[in-house]
Write a protein that binds this ligand. Structure first.
Ligand code: FAD
Ligand code: SF4
Ligand code: SF4
Ligand code: SF4
Length: 555
């Protein structure tokens, strides 16, 4: 049933009045975000700053604080998230989805430039020692959420520097390391102790860590690259995409020759291909399905094409060809799409006798990653961790991120956060956090896009394409200006929450809606139920779907 009030329907079918009510809904952007980001909330503070009586400066500070409640990496995620939140944005059909990811970056950069500190509300009673294994986004998100609640937290990291794949794999032209450093610094400033170059399960045993800490979080990611499983794979000239990217980031670039073949269709494959172009190679990417099935973000694929990466779709390596000197090429099997597999994606199958040779000096295999944690007893090996609700493995062991299955950074952050919220509740004897969202989903039909004037979507500025390969490690995407960010925030239609447009106030009788003296985002008018005459006009006029017919009455 639509939540939009239809006066004709109501009168003809019911013949009695139904009072209206104010009810917050979950907007589509939040429903699509892996970290349930309150996009509407942090955009709303900026968009409604005049109504709230605050300056732009104060609005952006408040928006940043709101944003980092769930995500302590807004500048990082604002650069790399494939932003599924934008896919169903209610504004999309009108004049383009709100540029949520670009706004997240704008606010993240704002927080870095102004040295804003992450919020903390330490509770003196929270003294239990917390150990975190792995300093990727999952582990650091968990560490942040526990530290801000007052727990002493130590993070064990086998590498010299923290950040996981964000630091060791994602290239600088997408995510400058200074940005990541600044956001990690804010987490460490809460008192989180980083113990670098300590490999859990090797330098210190799992059992010893369990004794040392009241509670452990496993955020070790998926560090092992899957093999191609074809003849000729072992030997010089074949690297995993992760190894190649990590060596580049550490200044230990391997010799790759003039022609590079990359195998895979995900983020790692695209990053490896674009990096190899930066290292001067002619690059061909082999993918066994078509462009439409590539797991990599579509805009990354487009950028790779623009940089001269050649794509060979429906193609899978069947053998690596070698001579005494090393790799000479790849024998490639032509594929076609067959019936859908368990994920609903068409399964690639070989086309009989269609085989060709691709000349190559180096092969970069980027066909997926899997966990690898020697020394962890029952969890030893390459199995994914299987957690129950909110990342719990045992009372004192929790987990999240890519060691529970491959994902993206915002999902790893979400899993770290959810585990921390649940672990905190357990330690404090509180009820577990609810697993279902308390608010109903927004009914798209309740939105009135025509209420808002047309305004094209703001696009992030980019450095000229001619410079992408000549200044290979310099970041390509640039941020929005303050003016653009303000205009973009104002494009948000505040789906499912009052933004103080006054429509209800203007059309209702004198005592129906009363303006709140100290307005807050989402709280501008109090509604007097006893004054409601059931005409439904406010529901009809409300552009954001916040007003609806009262539950359990009328139609
Ligand atoms: C090349 C590449 C590009 C990507 N691009 C994107 C992108 O554009 N957008 C996006 O959202 N996601 C992207 N991802 C995915 C994203 O990086 C991961 O989903 C995310 O980093 C997972 O976080 P995590 O904390 O679970 O694991 P990780 O980031 O892998 O961090 C795990 C950490 O644990 C440490 N560790 C492991 N074992 C031990 C041990 N025994 N003792 C101590 N420390 C240990 C590791 O050294 C590492 O620092 C990309 C991934 C790759 C590889
Ligand atoms: S984390 Fe990603 S999906 Fe969530 S709001 Fe940010 S850009 Fe959107
Ligand atoms: S218009 Fe705003 S609240 Fe609605 S889906 Fe888009 S970003 Fe979210
Ligand atoms: S009509 Fe306007 S002021 Fe009234 S509830 Fe809806 S958004 Fe808020």
């Amino acid at each position: 049933m639509s939540t939009k009030w239809n006066p004709e329907e109501a009168r003809s079918e019911q013949g009695f009045w139904t009072p209206a009510q104010q009810r917050e809904k979950t907007p589509p952007c939040q429903a699509q975000c892996p970290n349930s980001g309150d996009v509407r909330g942090w955009l709303g503070v900026i968009a409604q700053r005049d109504k709230l009586g605050i300056s732009l400066e104060e609005a952006c500070d408040r928006a940043w604080r709101h944003l980092v409640e769930r995500n302590p990496f807004p500048a990082t995620i604002g650069r790399i998230c494939p932003h599924p939140c934008e896919s169903l944005c209610s504004r999309a059909a009108k004049d383009g989805a709100v540029s949520i990811n670009a706004m997240e970056r704008f606010l993240g950069d704002w927080g870095i430039e102004r040295s804003l500190a992450l919020p903390s509300t330490p509770d003196a009673a929270c003294t239990e020692s917390i150990g975190v294994i792995g300093s990727g986004p999952a582990g650091l998100s968990f560490a942040y959420q526990m530290a801000r609640r007052g727990y002493p937290v130590a993070v064990y990291e086998r590498r010299m520097e923290p950040g996981g794949m964000l630091r060791h794999a994602i290239p600088d032209y997408r995510l400058p390391r200074g940005v990541l450093d600044a956001e990690i610094r804010k987490i460490l400033d809460l008192g989180v102790v980083l113990r670098p170059q300590v490999e859990a399960g090797d330098a210190i045993s799992f059992e010893e860590l369990r004794k040392r800490h009241r509670l452990l979080f496993l955020g070790m990611g998926a560090q092992a690259a899957r093999r191609l499983r074809v003849a000729g794979e072992d030997g010089p000239g074949v690297f995993s995409g992760i190894e190649y990217l990590t060596r580049r980031k550490h200044g230990q670039l391997p010799a790759i020759g003039r022609r590079v073949a990359v195998v895979g269709g995900g983020n790692t494959a695209i990053d490896a291909a674009r990096s190899a172009r930066r290292d001067g190679a002619e690059v061909t990417l082999l993918y066994r399905r078509t462009r439409g099935e590539m797991p990599a973000a579509a805009h990354e694929v487009a950028d790779a094409l623009a940089e001269g990466v050649r794509f060979e779709f429906l193609a899978a390596p069947s053998r690596i060809l070698r001579d005494d000197q090393g790799v000479t090429g790849v024998e490639v099997q032509r594929m076609r799409l067959g019936a859908a597999d368990a994920d609903g994606r068409p399964r690639p199958e070989p086309v009989p006798s269609e085989i060709f040779t691709l000349e190559a000096d180096t092969v970069l295999a980027a066909v997926s990653q899997e966990p690898s944690w020697p020394g962890f007893g029952a969890a030893d090996g390459h199995d994914w961790l299987h957690t129950v609700a909110n990342g719990r493995l045992a009372d004192d062991i929790w987990a999240g991120g890519d060691d529970c299955g491959p994902g993206i950074a915002s999902r790893a952050i979400a899993q770290g956060r959810l585990a921390a919220e649940a672990a905190h509740a357990q330690l404090r004897g509180l009820p577990p956090p609810p697993s279902q969202p308390a608010r109903p989903a927004l009914d798209p039909a309740s939105i009135e896009p025509d209420y808002h004037a047309s305004q094209p979507r703001a696009h992030a500025h980019r450095r000229p394409q001619a410079e992408w390969l000549t200044r290979p490690e310099v970041e390509i995407d640039q941020t929005l200006t303050s003016e653009e960010a303000c205009a973009e925030a104002a494009r948000c239609m505040s789906c499912g929450l009052c933004f103080g447009c006054q429509q209800c106030f203007m059309y209702c009788n004198a005592s129906g809606f009363t303006r709140i003296a100290s307005a807050e985002p989402g709280r501008y008018y109090v509604m007097a139920l006893e004054a409601c005459e059931g005409c439904g006009k406010c529901i009809e006029l409300c552009p954001c779907g916040y007003l609806e017919a009262r539950d359990g009455q009328g139609w």
